[in-house]
Design a protein around this ligand. Structure first.
Ligand SMILES: Nc1ncnc2c1ncn2[C@@H]1O[C@H](COP(=O)(O)OP(=O)(O)OP(=O)(O)O)[C@@H](O)[C@H]1O
Ligand SMILES: [Mg+2]
Ligand SMILES: [Zn+2]
Length: 309
C-alpha cells in the first residue's frame, strides 16, 4: 500500500484545482487558525450553537501542542468550549422550568395562560361580562406585578358556583408570574395543606412549623379553595399563622374561594383571618356559571354517541 502523503501528492499533480483549494485552506487556516467545530442549528436563537448553549472551538495553530499559559496568564489550548450568546437565556429558562415544576400547579392547568382563558365559553351574558372583567384584572395584575408586590397586594377570586373557572384563572396568573417575573411560587389547596400538616403530627422527619414557615416566606403563595373545609380551630390557626405573617411582610397571596371575603368568618370564627385577607387582597368576582358542567355535558354526549350509536 502507498503512504497517504504520496497518494495526496499524486492526486494534486493530476488535479491542480484540488491542489489550489488545499493551498487556500492551508493559508486561510494559517492567517486565522481558529475554527468553530459546532454546527449551528435552528435550536439556537442566534444560529450560533447547536442548541446546547456551548460552541466547540479549535485553534489549528496549536494542534499537537501541549496546553500552556502565556505571559498574560491566559491558558492556551488546542480545543475548548465557548459559551454561546444563548447560554444565559438557557440557564434562565431552565430555572423557570424548575420553578414551574416545583410550584404545584394542578396538572391540567400547567400550560394554562391568561390569554387562553375563554370568556365566550360562558352562555349567560352576565357571566361573559363578569369573566371579561376578571380576565382583564388578571392580565393587569401580571403586567403591574412589580408595583403591586411592593404593597403586597394579591387577588381573591370568588364565586359560589363550582366549576366556574376560579382555579383555571388563578393557575394562569401563577404561570405568568413565574414565566414573566421569575417569581418563586407555591400553589396549595387549603384542604391538602391541612392534611399535610396533620400528617406531621405523627412523623418526625418534617414538622408543622417547617411547612408553615415555607408558606409564610415564599414570594407568591396561591391558596386554592380557602374556607371550603369544615370549621375547626386547627384550620383557623393555620390560616391565621400564614396570613398574619404575609400581611405583615407585604407578601403577595392569591386566593380562590366560594365564600366572599366578608363571609370568611362563617368558617374562621374569630374574624382575624377575614380582616387580614381583606387587607391583603382585591376581591374579583367570577361568573356564577359552571363551565365544568357544560364540559361534562358535551363530553357525555360524545360518549353516549360512541356507546349507543
Ligand atoms: N374561561 C375558561 N376558559 C377555558 N376553560 C375554562 C374556563 N373556565 C373554566 N374552564 C374549565 O372548566 C373547568 C372548571 O374550572 P375550575 O376548576 O377552574 O373551576 P373552579 O371555579 O375552580 O371550581 P371549584 O369551585 O369546584 O374549585 C376546568 O376544566 C377548566 O379548564
Ligand atoms: Mg377550584
Ligand atoms: Zn446558542
Amino acid at each position: 500500500m502507498q503512504p497517504i502523503s504520496q497518494v495526496l501528492q499524486e492526486m494534486m499533480k493530476s488535479n491542480p484545482e484540488l491542489a489550489q483549494r488545499m493551498k487556500d485552506a492551508k493559508s486561510s487556516l494559517e492567517s486565522d487558525p481558529i475554527e468553530v467545530l459546532t454546527k449551528p442549528s435552528e435550536k439556537c436563537p442566534y444560529r450560533k450553537c447547536d442548541g446546547t448553549g456551548w460552541i466547540w472551538t479549535k485553534d489549528w495553530s496549536r494542534q499537537n501542542k501541549k496546553d500552556e499559559i502565556d505571559e498574560d496568564g491566559n491558558l492556551k489550548r488546542a480545543e475548548w468550549m465557548e459559551k454561546c450568546q444563548c447560554h444565559e437565556q438557557r440557564l434562565k429558562q431552565s430555572e423557570i422550568d424548575k420553578k414551574l415544576d416545583l410550584a404545584g400547579i394542578p396538572m391540567i392547568f400547567k400550560d394554562a395562560t391568561v390569554n387562553s382563558f375563554d370568556v365566550n365559553l360562558y352562555k349567560d351574558n352576565e357571566s361573559i361580562e363578569t369573566a371579561a372583567i376578571a380576565k382583564k384584572a388578571a392580565g393587569n395584575f401580571v403586567a403591574n406585578y412589580e408595583t403591586l408586590k411592593n404593597n403586597g397586594k394579591g387577588l381573591y377570586l370568588f364565586s359560589t358556583t363550582k366549576g366556574s373557572g376560579k382555579t383555571r384563572l388563578v393557575s394562569s396568573i401563577a404561570n405568568a408570574l413565574m414565566k414573566v417575573h421569575s417569581v418563586d411560587l407555591a400553589f396549595i389547596k387549603a384542604n391538602d395543606l391541612l392534611t399535610q400538616i396533620k400528617k406531621t403530627f405523627g412523623d418526625n422527619t418534617t414538622s408543622e412549623s417547617e411547612i408553615i414557615k415555607s408558606l409564610r416566606e415564599v414570594e407568591v403563595l396561591v391558596i386554592d379553595d380557602l374556607a371550603v373545609e369544615k370549621k375547626s380551630e386547627f384550620a383557623e390557626r393555620v390560616f391565621y399563622d400564614i396570613t398574619d405573617y404575609r400581611l405583615e411582610h407585604k407578601k403577595v397571596t392569591l386566593f380562590t374561594s366560594n365564600k366572599t371575603i366578608d363571609n370568611l368568618d362563617q368558617i374562621y370564627k374569630e374574624g382575624r383571618v377575614k380582616s387580614r385577607v381583606k387587607k391583603m387582597c382585591l376581591e374579583i368576582y367570577m361568573p356564577e356559571e359552571s363551565i365544568r358542567d357544560e364540559e361534562a355535558e358535551k363530553e357525555n354526549e360524545e360518549y353516549e354517541r360512541l356507546l349507543f350509536e
